[in-house]
Design a protein around this ligand. Structure first.
Ligand code: PMP
Length: 424
């Protein structure tokens, strides 16, 4: 696939969300007779024409199975797949020490990692009995349950780096949890339920000093162009394409090659082997070793187009745009009586506003917002332990992307105000 597909979308212009929105066919619709304000980007971002075109072009011209054919289409498909790997690696700051494994998403990547650390068909497993795994209390279930299961299977123990009552993580609390047995620190770059971003660099440095393998869940940050694994110095990071303007069902685990080499493969079969007899098999080198079976090649071509798209947005002020939308939303929602915003501090939060009302259930707010054309998410956001810790059952969550406008933020604020008025 041609590397120029998604570049130069914005030319030299500073990010204009209306111009960006025109590149997303799905955003051109009305909902309940109102223009759609899609503010559910932390769950899934929409996909621009450049990504849809890249996928269609692959399916129409290059579709064939990879790594196995000498014919032209198979070679083109293989080239597209490997070029996609290089493109996505570039987006996330991977260098010569890293390798990237394509997965079906963040959940798949974290399961591949946690289970692969426990099982070791050859050599020593990375996780053993008596080890300790520290997981932050901010996590999506996808960065908690795989570690619960890994701890159980390895005979290791799980320790939770609890946030304070406001949902903030403190470095001294990590220091107190670290021990000679600490093997892993797993933590999100941005909490999907609250928008809070922990002091990651410091936490990772302290954990690495203590000899821990550091794992970040970058599901929420990758679409903001904020993941740089080399600069952060993390050992592994997991992310999904559908949160970075790419297709669903694709994602990646990126990590230190020397550690990835010590993960046990979990998907045995075609493509991941070297030699096979009726009795046994030897396995291929990375990355194929951890990518058994036919991958979603068309999706991964789309993921690479999305990576170029994010890089382009990033070069045109994406972060500043998202910060301005969030600040506007926080300012407006703050004026609504009885509404509490989690982690309002702009310095510590990404493009998410999560809030609760004293009197109105989030599902009621979400339903009335939908009628006003505003799509938000309500519920526990797959972070039940964090919600319980904060004493909350559910929140309403608005989350922003490049195509959102200040007018849509006003639509949100007005919709929430009238929903609360309606139910009071
Ligand atoms: N981690 C975080 C922080 C998330 O926000 C999500 C998606 N909501 C996931 C993990 C899981 O991602 P996926 O469903 O794409 O595997």
């Amino acid at each position: 696939m041609n590397d120029a597909v998604a570049t130069a979308i914005l030319g030299d212009a500073v990010l204009d969300p209306r111009e960006v929105a025109r590149q997303f066919p799905v955003l051109e619709q009305s909902v309940h007779g109102k223009p759609l304000a899609y503010l559910d980007n932390a769950a899934t971002t929409q996909t621009p024409a450049a990504v849809l075109d890249a996928m269609r072009r692959f399916e129409q011209h290059d579709r064939a199975n990879i790594h196995r054919g000498v014919h032209t289409l198979s070679q083109r498909a293989t080239d597209a797949f490997e070029a996609a790997r290089a493109t996505v690696k570039r987006l996330v700051g991977a260098d010569g020490r890293h390798e990237l494994i394509f997965t079906s998403g963040t959940t798949d990547a974290l399961n591949l990692l946690a289970q692969g650390m426990v099982l070791a068909p050859e050599g020593e497993p990375l996780l053993r009995a008596g080890d300790e795994i520290i997981v932050s209390g901010l996590e999506h279930h996808a960065n908690l349950i795989p570690w619960q299961q890994a701890a159980r299977r390895a005979g290791a123990s799980l320790r939770i780096l609890k946030p304070d009552a406001e949902g903030r993580i403190h470095v001294q609390d990590l220091r107190a949890l670290l021990s000679n047995h600490t093997r892993v620190l797993a933590i999100t770059q941005c909490a999907n339920a609250t928008g809070y971003c922990p002091p990651l660099r410091e936490l990772l440095a302290v954990a690495a000093d203590a000899g821990a393998i550091t794992v970040i869940d970058a599901a929420q940050s990758v679409g903001h162009g904020q993941l740089d694994v080399a600069a952060l110095g993390c050992d592994f990071a997991a992310f999904s394409a559908h949160k970075m303007y790419g297709p669903m069902g694709t994602g990646a685990l990126v990590g230190r090659r020397d550690l990835l080499e010590r993960l046990a493969p979990l998907r045995f079969g075609g493509d991941m082997v070297d030699t096979v007899s009726f009795e046994e098999a030897t396995f291929a080198d990375l990355p194929a070793r951890l990518e058994g079976g036919t991958p979603n090649v068309g999706g991964i071509v789309g993921m690479a187009a999305a990576a170029r798209y994010v890089a382009d947005l990033n070069a045109h002020g994406l972060s500043a745009h998202l910060a301005a939308l969030r600040a506007h939303g926080v300012e407006g929602l703050r004026q609504i009586p009885g509404l509490r915003i989690l982690n309002p501090d702009a310095a510590e939060a990404e493009a998410i506003i999560s809030f609760v009302s004293d009197n109105v259930h989030p599902h009621d707010i979400g339903t009335l917002l939908d009628e006003a054309g505003v799509a938000v998410r309500t519920g526990h956001h797959c972070a039940q332990p964090l919600m319980r810790h904060l004493g909350i059952v559910a929140t309403t969550r608005a989350s922003f992307a490049a195509y959102n406008t200040h007018q849509q933020v006003d639509q949100l604020i007005a919709g929430v105000a009238s929903a609360i008025k309606f139910f009071q």
